[in-house]
Design a protein around this ligand. Structure first.
Ligand SMILES: [Zn+2]
Length: 243
């Protein structure tokens, strides 16, 4: 493949030797990639301390067929989102977005997923800490949707009848809502909760999110059962407390 230049977001970094770092990147062109940044930890590194989670740049690396680890040769800053680490809540939500992408993104470029991830990180950056729970749910549902796991909230996952008067339960394993006559599986939603959930999964505005402490838990359960399929995501316990 040779030399590749592509927009890329740093999802996570690992120390490698005394002076180098391994980066997990979400790239525009190739999807998720790993790259070795030689000398990134040296005081006068040409990468200038930029290679931190959430930062986006134009990355150039040498890519060889059949090798998972590329060698980063250049990184031109596009969006510096390092300020997110000033709030533990905003930082953790951003980490949730990155962890989902890192674990579940398809092994090829995915423009919608890339855009959803970066819109979420931009939306979090510069927000007040108090807004974090509401916008957090919205952005995490957005990434779940872009990964192809939007829950069914209009028709029952059992009988396919419209969800409505007979009540609604969230069947996490089946990936959506179940009507009142199809067996009591999962927690029951009242009409307001159903309304909020539908707004959130369709990428709705944060202002309409009337979280009552259960939406975060449902999102975490949905990811655990239906999206991650048993994979332990470090960020799930945090999501449960989001609101
Ligand atoms: Zn049903």
């Amino acid at each position: 493949m040779g030399l590749v230049t592509t927009r890329a977001v740093v999802l996570q970094t690992y120390r490698y030797s005394e002076t180098s770092k391994i980066l997990r990147l979400m790239t525009w062109e190739l999807g998720p990639c790993s790259a070795l940044a030689r000398g990134a930890l040296r005081p006068r590194s040409r990468f200038g301390g930029l290679l931190e989670p959430f930062v986006e740049g134009e990355a150039t690396f040498y890519s060889r067929e059949g090798r998972d680890l590329h060698t980063l040769s250049n990184f031109e800053l596009l969006r510096d989102r390092r300020g997110l680490d000033r709030s533990i809540t905003l930082f953790t939500i951003a980490s949730v977005l990155c962890e989902l992408v890192m674990r579940l993104a398809p092994e090829h470029g995915d423009e919608e997923l890339y855009r959803t991830l970066t819109a979420g990180l931009d939306g979090l950056h510069g927000r007040a800490r108090e807004e974090a729970p509401a916008i957090g749910l919205e952005y995490v549902w957005g990434v779940v949707d872009a990964l192809g796991f939007r829950p069914e909230t209009e028709r029952c996952v059992g009988c396919r009848n419209p969800i409505g008067a007979t009540g609604a339960r969230f069947d996490f394993e089946a990936g959506g809502l179940r009507c009142g006559t199809c067996g009591p599986i999962g927690p029951e939603l009242d009409p307001a909760e159903l309304d909020t959930l539908r707004v959130l999964v369709s990428g709705g505005a944060a202002g309409r999110n009337r979280g009552n402490g259960r939406q975060g838990r449902w999102l975490a359960e949905f990811i655990r059962h239906h999206v991650a399929e048993g994979a332990q995501l470090k960020s799930l316990p945090f999501l449960s407390r989001l609101g």
